[in-house]
Ligand binder design. Structure first.
Ligand code: B16
Ligand code: MG
Length: 219
């Protein structure tokens, strides 16, 4: 194992609740609909514009908006989201992640971010983790979002390592598929039934360790 490719939301910190709060406000203000709680999970790993389109589809108002208006609404959501995540601090790092980063770096493993979020650098700075990563893949430079493998391949390219020599960490089903299709070893974090396509599944980020990743890679 030469590199580890990290999803951000749900692996390093839990931004899903802030995304959901911002989308819920946007949906209420602009589309006059209440989003069901299931949307919090449904939008995990889904790009900003694809999330916006899913929500408009849910509201049944696709015909009411031009492409420019859709982009404007997505930007309004992001403004609100940015205010919410401005409160993030080191305390919001998920359990076990700082220890894992220490152990991986001590073993000369390169660390790269494979997140769909354009806000990843901002979030990492807020958490005090920006300097800990060797690279952050820019989602604007990849053609297809998760479940396509593009962002994981780009994250591996950024650290100049073949994806086959990497382990990828994900909490979302679409993300696990993306890791598998990038030909990296997938470690899922969450429900084992839901993430059954992953090579290894752990319940929580607290269960992650250098040894577990190294073993998953070796299997
Ligand atoms: P942004 P991940 C994803 O992060 C989120 O799970 C998803 O809900 C969000 O829409 C997407 O990033 C884009 O985020 O609007 O900040 O660019 O799980 O891929 O780290
Ligand atoms: Mg995620």
């Amino acid at each position: 194992m030469k590199g580890v490719l990290f999803d951000l939301d749900g692996v390093i910190t839990d931004t899903a609740k802030f995304h959901f709060k911002a989308w819920s406000k946007l949906a209420k203000d602009k589309l006059d609909v209440d989003l069901p709680a299931s949307f919090e999970t449904e939008l995990k790993g889904v790009s900003r514009i694809d999330s916006m389109n899913k929500i408009i589809e849910f509201s049944g108002k696709q015909a009411d908006f031009s492409e420019a208006e859709v982009a404007e609404m997505a930007a309004a959501k992001n403004d609100f989201y940015l205010k919410e995540i401005d409160k993030l601090t080191q305390k919001d790092i998920l359990p076990g992640i700082e220890n894992l980063l220490d152990a991986l770096s001590a073993n000369n493993i390169l660390l790269s971010i494979a997140s769909a979020s354009k806000n990843a650098p901002f979030i990492l700075k807020k958490l005090g983790l920006f300097e800990r990563f060797d690279a952050i893949a820019n989602p604007e430079n990849v053609e297809h979002g998760k479940p396509a493998p593009d962002i994981f391949i780009e994250a591996a390219n950024q650290i100049h390592v073949d994806p086959r020599e990497c382990v990828g960490l994900e909490d979302a089903v679409a993300g696990v598929q993306a890791i598998n299709d990038a030909k990296a070893v997938s470690v899922g974090i969450g429900n084992a039934e839901e993430l059954n396509q992953a090579d290894v599944v752990v319940k929580s980020t607290a269960d992650l360790s250098y040894m577990l990743l190294d073993q998953a890679y070796g299997e």
